[in-house]
Design a protein around this ligand. Structure first.
Ligand SMILES: Cc1ncc(COP(=O)(O)O)c(C=O)c1O
Length: 454
């Protein structure tokens, strides 16, 4: 058995792949990758693809960064991890770097190992902040339907997506409100983004009042929700979230696990909407996926509430949270961001991508093109443009689209009714052209499929 067959056979028998049905890959074996450079990855059979989703929404600095590998090697050989209740220079310096780029320069950061843990940390922090501030009955958390905030037991309650397996009762006190969607608006007629935003904020306030404002600890939302299909809300929506949170002393958590670190063309997503959240959660792009890391960034107001004695402290501990290997990777990653102006490139290339995607409207199955805020965009495929009816699940659009894209040299795990686009922030114009041409050819192949009626 050669090396490839051997690996595939072991995987078929012994490996769980995250978020995929084993039967979907068991026979062919999983795709195995061996190399990456910039926006490109090479599989074990030598085939090269442009990674349109930057791994799992995280490969912001692109592949093959020796600078990050060197920083990790140096950290590992010097002090791989500190004794308990102590820290390392790399973790301290990263907290300082975040304070420099965050809207509140007096913020304090709690490092963890990934996005779900960042969300768990932020929610716990918000609840304890409320206790410390005298709003001691507050334990409920408001989140939005069709969002995703992680896979751990609490975080999964906050999102209401396909990933939420029936696991019995959700977290007690979890309240869901409508999400922002201008293509399929929550109100009838042809409302403008401003009107949708006004209605959503009105609904939110109504839900808060109905549920007793004194019992509500926090609201959590992504500036631009990836799980909900990358709808970019108007500024007034986030201004409304901030206004209502202030009115009822609710902690506003901005989940920037995907949006943070330049994805929307600013260091933080909330900066695009001109607001200061109370807590911001980050992960993914903070290290560009070179090592696992997440964080909950608290404003000074929130962080200072934990000063005092044993009673006031934020008692929270995760063994590998803020691991120096990961913070060393993050420091090197963020240096690359500055050296190569990746935030600016996200803005410029994001505009170019959005402009290029407009040409896809000529196809009868392209219902909506969304983006225009950094390098996060989406193309929504529909059976009927007028009614916005979706293709039936039996048609298996996900499988067809993913295979078509692969044939066109593009790898993506988020292509179906909605084709999500989240490439490295280091991408250039010709790579964007390649990507848009590949999407176009894949759409044409869908249209040529005799079994598809639209
Ligand atoms: C907005 C958001 N929050 C939290 C998470 C969970 O992050 P992780 O998978 O690192 O636990 C994700 C993951 O995709 C996410 O998109």
């Amino acid at each position: 058995m050669n090396n490839i067959e051997n690996l595939k056979s072991i995987a078929s028998e012994h490996l769980f792949m995250h978020g995929v049905q084993i039967n979907d890959w068991k026979n062919e074996g999983p795709m195995i990758f061996v190399e990456g450079e910039g926006s490109w990855v090479t599989d074990i059979e030598g085939k090269k693809y442009l990674d349109m989703m930057g791994g799992l929404w995280f490969k912001s600095a692109g592949y093959g960064r020796k600078k990050i590998a060197d920083a990790v090697y140096k950290q590992m050989t010097e002090i791989s991890s500190p004794p308990a209740n102590s820290t390392t220079a790399s973790t301290i310096l990263l907290s300082g770097k975040i304070a420099e780029i965050y809207t509140d320069n007096n913020c304090r950061t709690f490092f963890v190992s990934g996005g779900s843990e960042a969300v768990e940390t932020a929610v716990k922090m918000a609840k304890k902040y409320q206790i410390n501030s005298g709003k001691s009955r507050a334990y409920k958390i408001i989140s939005r339907r069709n969002s995703y905030h992680g896979s751990t037991a609490m975080a999964v309650s906050l999102g209401r997506t396909f990933t939420a397996d029936p696991m019995g009762p959700e977290m007690i006190g979890n309240i869901h409100v409508a999400n922002y969607n201008a293509y399929r608006p929550p109100i009838p007629g042809n409302p403008t983004p401003e009107e949708i935003s006004e209605w959503l904020i009105y609904e939110l306030e109504h839900v808060i009042v109905q549920n007793d404002p004194d019992t509500i600890a926090a609201i959590i939302a992504e500036p631009v929700s990836a799980a909900n299909g990358i709808h970019v809300p108007p500024r007034s929506y986030w201004e409304g979230l901030r206004r209502i949170s202030d009115k009822y002393q609710i902690v506003l958590i901005s989940d920037e696990v995907i949006n943070g670190f330049g994805r929307l063309g600013e260091w933080f997503g909330s900066q695009c909407f001109g607001i200061q959240p109370d807590i911001t959660t980050v992960a993914k792009g903070i290290t560009s996926g070179y090592a696992p890391l997440g964080a909950a960034i608290a404003t000074k107001k929130i962080a200072d509430s934990f000063l005092g004695g044993q009673k006031e402290m934020f008692y929270h501990l995760i063994t590998f949270g803020g691991h120096p290997i990961s913070t060393a990777a993050a420091n090197a990653n963020l240096e690359i961001f500055s050296e190569e102006n990746l935030i600016e490139n996200s803005k410029i290339m994001g505009n170019y991508l959005y402009e290029r995607l407009q040409s896809l409207y000529e196809y009868p199955i392209v219902g909506d093109v969304r983006g225009g805020l950094g390098l996060l965009a989406a193309v929504e495929i529909v059976k009927d443009k007028k009614t916005k009816e979706k293709f039936s699940p039996e048609m298996n659009l996900i499988q067809k689209m993913t295979r078509n894209l692969l044939k066109n040299g593009i790898i993506s795990f988020r292509a179906g009714d909605v084709i999500s686009i989240c490439p490295p922030l280091s991408i250039n114009k010709s790579e964007i052209d390649f990507m848009v041409q590949g999407i176009e050819s894949s759409i044409k192949s869908i249209l040529q499929d005799k079994k598809i009626k639209h």
